[in-house]
Design a protein around this ligand. Structure first.
Ligand SMILES: Nc1ncnc2c1ncn2[C@@H]1O[C@H](COP(=O)(O)OP(=O)(O)OP(=O)(O)O)[C@@H](O)[C@H]1O
Ligand SMILES: [Mg+2]
Length: 306
């Protein structure tokens, strides 16, 4: 396991070579361009947050890095060497660990079995259960994860605990890049807090952390580097010293688009509440669009169909 020696002060160090480098990556599913021209650099000892709405391409991006899908354009480099993983196992062997939201662990298996899944310690023809339990206990304790009974099936643990065990496992088995797919999406405030602390712990251990989220607030609590994907393209790539939480939130909400939208809706009286007497017939008056607005709507629709 590597340990970051250089303390970061919040600003990025451009001299560091990226651990993972995506250059002009594209991915098509038949006619659907899920990703286009994506450039992302993930550095050791940094939390890189990838934000984006539904359908932005976040999962596609993870699947490429994790070896589940191949890319159709561009290059992916790990430590400066071009790689094309044929399988998730090949990505894992290159030090890339992925924690999927629901599939982080096998729910019916015990904590220690999950910890060693795919990396079991053997003794003779069988498994060295005692040793695995001992290491699992020591590693979880070291990370401050308190699980009283390691024989318990993981399915009985909270979502937050499951995420933390998956992170501890990735660190123990020497991952250099850890990808977390929406780890806080289904969690309450306390559990999210714990998971965010483990994200920081992974960064402090010197890993390159890729934190996928919808939530700019969660991203800004731990992120060093922020990327927003929209319809498969990178629309923002900034380091912490280059933006504020308000800017990140506004960008996520649509930024420029929101401004245009509020311009479109100027003149609407939002304070107005309409009283309708019982039994009175309701008439809806369709909003009138002038020629210019109609042609703008049509050209936007035509653009979408392309
Ligand atoms: N296997 C597939 N076959 C065809 N199209 C796909 C496939 N997987 C994803 N897509 C399309 O690619 C685009 C990006 O999808 P992706 O799942 O990567 O988005 P996402 O950012 O993860 O969204 P969400 O927040 O909903 O998980 C979408 O238009 C989606 O419909
Ligand atoms: Mg997704």
């Amino acid at each position: 396991m590597s340990t970051a020696t250089a303390e970061r002060t919040g600003s990025h160090t451009t001299s560091d070579e990226a651990l993972l480098e995506l250059d002009n990556i594209g991915k098509s599913y038949g006619n659907v361009h899920a990703l286009r021209g994506v450039n992302i650099h993930v550095r050791q000892g940094e939390v890189t947050c990838v934000l984006g709405d539904n359908g932005a391409g976040k999962s596609t991006l993870i699947k490429i890095i994790a070896g589940l899908h191949d890319y159709t354009e561009g290059t992916m480099k790990i430590n400066g060497i071009v790689r094309r993983f044929g399988s998730p196992r090949a990505a894992q062997a290159a030090g890339i660990a992925t924690v999927y939201q629901d599939l982080a662990l096998a729910p019916l298996m015990s904590v220690w079995r999950n910890f060693f899944l795919g990396n079991e310690i053997r003794r003779g023809l069988g498994l060295d259960i005692e040793k695995m339990k001992q290491i699992c206990d020591a590693e979880l304790t070291k990370m401050g994860i308190a699980i009283p009974d390691l024989d318990r099936p993981v399915g009985g643990l909270s979502g937050g605990q499951r995420q933390c065990i998956a992170i501890a496992r990735a660190i123990y088995f020497g991952a250099r890049v850890i990808i977390l797919d929406e780890p806080t999406a289904a969690l309450g405030v306390k559990q999210s807090g714990v998971v965010l602390k483990y994200i920081v712990a992974a960064r402090d251990a010197g890993l390159g952390v890729i934190f996928i989220t919808h939530n700019p607030h969660h991203a800004f609590l731990v992120g060093n580097h922020f990327i927003i994907l929209k319809l498969g393209r990178v629309v923002l790539d900034a380091h912490r010293d280059e933006l504020t939480l308000d800017q990140l939130t506004a960008e996520m909400a649509g930024g420029q688009e929101l401004e245009e939208l509020s311009h479109e809706l100027r003149g609407v009286d939002v304070d107005k509440v309409v009283d309708v007497k019982q039994g009175e017939r309701v008439h809806v008056v369709a909003p009138s669009l002038d020629q210019e607005e109609l042609s703008e709507v049509r050209s936007e629709e035509a653009e979408e169909e392309k």
